[in-house]
Design a protein around this ligand. Structure first.
Ligand code: GCO
Ligand code: MG
Length: 420
């Protein structure tokens, strides 16, 4: 009988030194009510650990369970060979990609970059090659039941220093994504609090016209369709918005229809931004390679973490696409730190989504980066420069899960469930 050696995860080379991964912990906390998943990779070096974001808020328990599978793969290994370890994680599952696996991978990947930075005594942005810009220009969201209310909110944001503002406003029934309803319900409908595409297509250009009247030309306007249109409707909306020169229009199509993005993009001069729903690196890369997007806005942890996103940033640079990494309230401060590290190091940077976190989040994550005058600036401490206070995190336990109910909360006037 041939003596077949047992499979081994061991690398056939000697690590540079004797630092080893000793444990991996998953910390789930919901200081804003939104479950955030943080991975902590501990090492044999006294006090040396790394932190990363693995937030898939709607399925956080699945990510935590996935990370348990990875512990035996990683404990005992040298933390410095990040590329080899992340390939080991991917290939060892055979079936790979997807939001659960990629978030688990991302938490570890980002934590390993944090460790690498701490060992080198450098911020992660410097490990990536150093800055090409001082800081990341940020957009925040203005919303209101109608255009006047949205404009009032936008004005507040402008006074706070923002130069880029995403505008959303409501309509009858349930309103539109990110904005409350206005003028009442549809009395005749099977679902009086439903969503109507014709009203949305009519009101959105009116919203932009009013924004330009009230805010002038000196503010960049963005908008999120949130996947509710089919290609022909998307073309019609984009053409109607052309006169108002949007900075970009986001998620014009659902991922099921992404193959049709190139034709939608080609039909108007309005830049389109897609990618937060990409759950694989390959799919995100395809958006760039097929010229389906002008701005790539992946949820970094959903495509596999910093290592994956930095490749995408390079690809964007090559293809003339800009980045706009997804970073709403269901991204932890480590995701923000990773996005900003890419923003300041990548020539392909376009804009950065921002979120103003509450006090409790600041209590849980000492050192987290805040928006100042519309800018996000990376910290100069080694690694991310951001920590987690585990005792504080435990004071905000996660529930199962308000965010799922939100994601399945939109129906049309006949009662059919549609994309959130
Ligand atoms: C955005 C997004 C988010 C998502 C949310 C899903 O552009 O910020 O569309 O708000 O809706 O992250 O959980
Ligand atoms: Mg969005």
């Amino acid at each position: 009988m041939i003596d077949v050696p047992a499979p081994t995860f061991a690398q056939p080379w000697e690590p540079r030194d004797d630092v080893r991964i000793t444990d991996i912990r998953t910390i789930v906390t919901a200081p804003e009510g939104i479950p955030l998943v943080v991975v902590k990779v501990l090492t044999s070096d006294d006090g040396l650990y790394g932190l990363g974001c693995a937030t898939f808020t709607q399925r956080w328990q699945a990510v935590a369970a996935y990370i348990e599978h990875l512990r035996p793969l990683l404990v005992g290994r040298y933390p410095g060979d990040i590329e080899d370890l992340t390939r080991l994680i991917r290939f060892s599952s055979y079936w790979r990609e997807g939001p659960v696996g990629n978030n688990a991978l991302s938490g570890i990947d980002m934590a390993l970059w944090d460790i690498a930075g701490k060992r080198a005594g450098m911020p992660v942005y410097e490990l990536l090659g150093g800055r090409v810009r001082a800081a990341a220009d940020v957009y925040l969201h203005a919303e209101g039941a109608d255009a006047e209310a949205t404009a009032a909110h936008a004005e507040e944001l402008r006074e706070a220093g923002l130069r880029h503002i995403r505008v959303q406003s409501g309509q009858q029934g349930i309103g539109h994504y990110g904005a409350p309803p206005t003028i009442g319900e549809y009395g005749w409908a099977k679902n009086p609090r439903g969503w109507r595409v014709d009203e949305y297509l009519r009101r959105t250009p009116q919203l932009f016209a009013r924004m330009r009247e009230l805010l002038g030309d000196d503010v960049a306007l963005l908008h999120d369709v949130h996947s509710r249109l089919i290609p022909r409707q998307a073309v019609s909306l984009l053409r109607d918005l052309e006169p108002y020169r949007p900075f970009f229009i986001e998620d014009v199509l659902a991922p099921e229809h992404w193959d049709r993005l190139p034709e939608v993009a080609a039909a108007s001069s309005v830049p389109i931004a897609v990618g937060e729903l990409a759950t694989s690196f390959t799919e995100a890369a395809r958006l760039v390679r097929t010229h389906a997007v002008d701005y790539l806005r992946c949820h970094i942890s959903d495509v596999g973490g910093l290592s994956a996103a930095r490749r995408l940033a390079v690809l964007c640079d090559i293809e003339g696409v800009r980045t706009a990494w997804h970073s709403p309230g269901d991204a932890s401060p480590f995701a923000v730190a990773a996005a900003v590290a890419l923003d300041v190091t990548s020539p392909a940077f376009g804009i950065q989504e921002g979120h103003v976190y509450n006090e409790a989040t600041h209590e849980v994550f000492p050192g987290m980066i805040d928006i100042e005058n519309g800018w996000l600036t990376p910290r100069d401490e080694p690694g991310w420069g951001v920590d987690v206070d585990e005792a504080a995190a435990a004071r905000y336990p996660a529930a199962l899960s308000g965010h799922d109910a939100w994601a399945a909360g939109v129906r049309s006037t006949d009662g059919a469930l549609i994309a959130p």
